[in-house]
Design a protein around this ligand. Structure first.
Ligand code: DLL
Length: 442
C-alpha cells in the first residue's frame, strides 16, 4: 500500500507542470522566455546581430506575443556557424554533444550543459509517465545510441522513471525479438516502421508477440499514420504512442501522447510553440495548419529562438480527456523542406547529390526512390552515367556502382542501392527537378 502511495506521489510531483492552469503557465513562459532571450543576446553574436539589425533589444519582449517580432533561426544558421558558433555556454560547461544531418556534408551539432541534460531527462521522464509507464516496467530501448539523440535521450528518461532499461540500440532484429521474449519486456522505444518490421520478422520466426507482456510502444523520429498505429495495435499487444522531438531543440521529448492517444502534448513550460505560414512567416491561430516554430525556454548551452522546424502541424488547444493543460500538436505527416527520414536517419537529397558528383563518370541527373519493404525503408539511387562509361565492361560498371554506394554511405551513413542508367534515361522536369520518388505508404 505504501509503495502505491509513494509512486502516486512521485507521479504527481513529476507531472505537476503538465497540469498548470493557463495563467501561471503563461507567466512562467514569459519569465523564462525573457531570460532566454537575454542569454542569447549576451552570448550568441549571431542572435545579437539579428536583433540589432531590427533595432530590437531583449527588453522589447514584454509579452509572449512580442516574440513574433524576433527573427527566425534556421538549419542554415546551424550550418553556417558549425560547429560551436551558436553555443551560449563555454566549452568547459558542455557535458554532451549530439549531431544530426545538415543539408550538406557537415552535420548539425548540438550541445548540452549538465542542467540541460537534467531538463531533458525530466521531459523524457514525463513522456514515459504520460503513457502510463512506471518503475517496474522493463523498457527495451531500440533507438540508436550515439550521435543520434534518440538512444541516450530515452535512456536517461527511462532510468529516471526507475524502469529497468535494456540499452539494445537499433538493428539486429532477431536479437531484439529474443530479448523482448526472454526478458519479459513491457515497453519498447523505436521508430514505428522498425516495430512493424519486428512484427513481421517475429511472424516469420513463428513467435506470437501477442503472448508477450509488452503493453506500450514509444514511437517517433519519423512520420507515421493512424493506419500504422492500427496495424501495430492489431498485430501486437501494445498501445502505440507518438513521441516527437528534434535535435536542435533537445532531442526526443518535445511532445508526447498521453493514454488517450489524441496527439502529442507539447511540454510548453520548456518549449514555446508557434505555428506560422510557411510563405509569409506570419503567426497563425491555434487550429490552423502551418510550420511549427519552437523556442527553448530553459536551454543553456544552445538556446534556440524561433527555430523553424520545417514540420507541418497545427496546435490544438481543445481540452484533452487526460486533464493536461498542455496544448497538443496534430500528428506530423510532412515537412516544408525536402528532408527525408529513412530508417530513422535524416537526409537531404543535396547530400546524396554531393556524394555522387564527387565520383567521376556520373552526370548531374539522378533520382532517389524510397520504398518500404517488410516494414524496412529501402533507398535506391538511379544515376545517369556518361555514354563512355555506360558502354564500358560489366566489371567497370560494377566497380563504379560500388564506388558510388560507398560515397553515398560515407555521407549519409546508410547503404543505398545504386542503379546506373544511360544518359537521358531519367525524366527531365521543366521546373524544379523532382529528385525524390517516395513510394512508402505512410
Ligand atoms: O528524431 C528525435 C527523436 C528521437 C524524436 C526519438 C522521437 C523519438 P532528429 O534526428 O533531429 O531528432 O529528427 C527530427 O524527425 O523535425 C521531424 O521531421 C521528425 N520527427 C521526429 N519525431 C516525429 C514524430 C529526432 N513523432 C525530425 N512524427 C523532426 C513525425 C517526427 N516526425
Amino acid at each position: 500500500m505504501s509503495s502505491f502511495l509513494d509512486s502516486n506521489a512521485a507521479f504527481h510531483s513529476a507531472t505537476a507542470l503538465d497540469y498548470l492552469p493557463p495563467d501561471p503557465l503563461r507567466r512562467m513562459q514569459l519569465r523564462r522566455l525573457q531570460g532566454m532571450i537575454q542569454r542569447a543576446y549576451d552570448r550568441v553574436p549571431l542572435f545579437r546581430g539579428r536583433l540589432a539589425e531590427r533595432g530590437l533589444e531583449p527588453a522589447d519582449v514584454e509579452s509572449l506575443e512580442d516574440l513574433a517580432q524576433l527573427p527566425f533561426t534556421t538549419k542554415a544558421d546551424l550550418r553556417d556557424t558549425y560547429p560551436f558558433g551558436l553555443f551560449a555556454s563555454p566549452l568547459e560547461e558542455i557535458v554532451r554533444f549530439h549531431a544530426s544531418s545538415g543539408t550538406t556534408g557537415k552535420p548539425i551539432v548540438v550541445a548540452y550543459t549538465r542542467e540541460d541534460v537534467q531538463d531533458w531527462t525530466q521531459v523524457m521522464h514525463r513522456c514515459f509517465l504520460a503513457c502510463g509507464l512506471h518503475s517496474g516496467d522493463i523498457i527495451q530501448n531500440a533507438y540508436g545510441y550515439g550521435l543520434f539523440t534518440g538512444g541516450l535521450g530515452a535512456h536517461y528518461g527511462a532510468e529516471a522513471l526507475g524502469a529497468s532499461v535494456i540499452p539494445i540500440s537499433g538493428g539486429n532484429t532477431e536479437r531484439q525479438i529474443m530479448i523482448l521474449k526472454d526478458f519479459g519486456v513491457t515497453a519498447i522505444c523505436c521508430t514505428p516502421s522498425y516495430f512493424i518490421h519486428l512484427i513481421e520478422r517475429a511472424g516469420e520466426l513463428g513467435i506470437d508477440l501477442k503472448q508477450l507482456p509488452l503493453r506500450a510502444g514509444v514511437f517517433g523520429a519519423e512520420p507515421w499514420t493512424e493506419a500504422m498505429r492500427g496495424r501495430i495495435e492489431a498485430e501486437s499487444p501494445i498501445k502505440a504512442y507518438d513521441i516527437y522531438g528534434l535535435s536542435e531543440i533537445i532531442g526526443p521529448g518535445v511532445a508526447m501522447e498521453c493514454l488517450h492517444q489524441a496527439g502529442p502534448h507539447i511540454f510548453e513550460d520548456m518549449f514555446y510553440p508557434e505555428v506560422i505560414d510557411v510563405e509569409t512567416g506570419e503567426v497563425l491561430p491555434d487550429g490552423a495548419e502551418g510550420e511549427l516554430v519552437l523556442t527553448t525556454l530553459c536551454k543553456r548551452a544552445m538556446p534556440m529562438i524561433r527555430y523553424r522546424t520545417r514540420d507541418i502541424t497545427a496546435l490544438n488547444s481543445e481540452p484533452c480527456a487526460c486533464g493536461r493543460t498542455l496544448r497538443r500538436i496534430q500528428r506530423i505527416a510532412r515537412r516544408s523542406d525536402d528532408m527525408l527520414i529513412i530508417r530513422g536517419v535524416n537526409l537531404f537529397p543535396s547530400q546524396i547529390e554531393a556524394a555522387l558528383l564527387a565520383v567521376e563518370g556520373t552526370l548531374p541527373h539522378y533520382q532517389i526512390v524510397v520504398d518500404r519493404v517488410k516494414g524496412l525503408d529501402e533507398l535506391e539511387v538511379q544515376v545517369e552515367v556518361t555514354a563512355e562509361v555506360f558502354s564500358d565492361t560489366v566489371g567497370a560498371l560494377e566497380k563504379l556502382q560500388q564506388e558510388l554506394a560507398q560515397a553515398v554511405e560515407r555521407v549519409i551513413g546508410i547503404r543505398a542501392h545504386i542503379r546506373l542508367v544511360q544518359p537521358h534515361a531519367l525524366q527531365r522536369s521543366e521546373g524544379k527537378a523532382r529528385r525524390v520518388l517516395d513510394k512508402r505508404k505512410l
